[in-house]
Ligand binder design. Structure first.
Ligand SMILES: [Zn+2]
Length: 257
């Protein structure tokens, strides 16, 4: 599978970067867009990705830099006369909220000119995309279920994701609450490990990543202004760990075979 880091920015708007989002091209001709923050339609164009080539979208959580671009992306698909079917994977607690959101923006799935459905996923369960590909979602503390915005029908949660195709797997933390969300996932030899670095103390992250089994670690979710701090932090790490860590940038591509 091929991974394109569409955006590697944080929630803060950055003239140099798009919000964090990944595009996965599986070998079985299925493509998956992970997250659709505001500006995602323009971001896809910048990466020469045709809207029609996206068969699947996965939303890790409902913050605007991960979800706000979904209604406008569907609008673009409609304007471009898309015909291909589309699946949008959302946590089961987000089904009602996102369905309502799409109605507000005049893109209810049942009235689009192409087949589109919201597909619920659960934490800890395997969700298949095709026979040999799919993902597992895991809870993290970025958004707590009992958070301050919870009300009837509004139950936001946040997910980290393991993507697989055949026996190849990679892990993407998406946005996490703190370094404790990393601890459970470093003791496994994923092909690559992608972690956000905006909600984690770099000091603590350095200690946890010391034990990581993946040969490559990619950092995303940072503002351009934070680059010097990240580079200095990497230089302060042990040489073995330094060699594994890469600061991902927009449009970077990585192939896993
Ligand atoms: Zn977030």
């Amino acid at each position: 599978m091929d991974i394109t880091f569409l955006g590697t920015g944080s929630g803060k708007t950055d003239p140099e970067k798009y919000h964090s989002s990944l595009f996965i091209e599986f070998d079985d001709s299925q493509n998956l867009l992970i997250d659709s923050g505001d500006s995602i339609s323009r971001c896809l164009q910048r990466n020469y990705i045709d809207y029609s080539s996206i068969q699947n979208i996965l939303i890790t959580h409902t913050h605007s830099d991960h979800l706000a671009g979904l209604p406008s992306l569907l609008t673009q698909m409609k304007i471009c006369r898309r015909k291909e079917a589309l699946k949008i994977f959302v946590h089961k607690k987000h089904l009602g909220m996102i369905s309502h959101l799409l109605k507000i923006f005049h893109v209810p799935l049942e009235f689009l000119d192409f087949e589109a459905e919201l597909v619920p996923f659960e934490h800890g369960a395997k969700t298949k995309i095709k026979i040999h590909s799919g993902f597992f979602a895991y809870p993290n503390t970025h958004i707590l279920p009992e958070g301050k915005y919870t009300s009837p029908g509004i139950n936001p949660v946040s997910s980290s994701i393991k993507i697989f195709e055949n026996d190849k797997e990679f892990f993407y933390t998406s946005d996490i609450g703190n370094e404790n969300d990393l601890i459970n996932y470093v003791n496994y030899p994923y092909e690559i490990f992608i972690t956000e670095c905006g909600h984690v103390s770099l000091n603590a992250m350095g200690k946890i990543l010391k034990g990581i089994m993946s040969p490559e670690i990619y950092l995303i979710h940072y503002h351009s202004e934070e680059l010097p701090v990240l580079r200095d932090w990497i230089k302060s790490l042990e040489p073995e760990l330094q060699k594994k860590i890469m600061i991902a940038y927009d449009s970077l591509r990585k192939t896993i075979r």
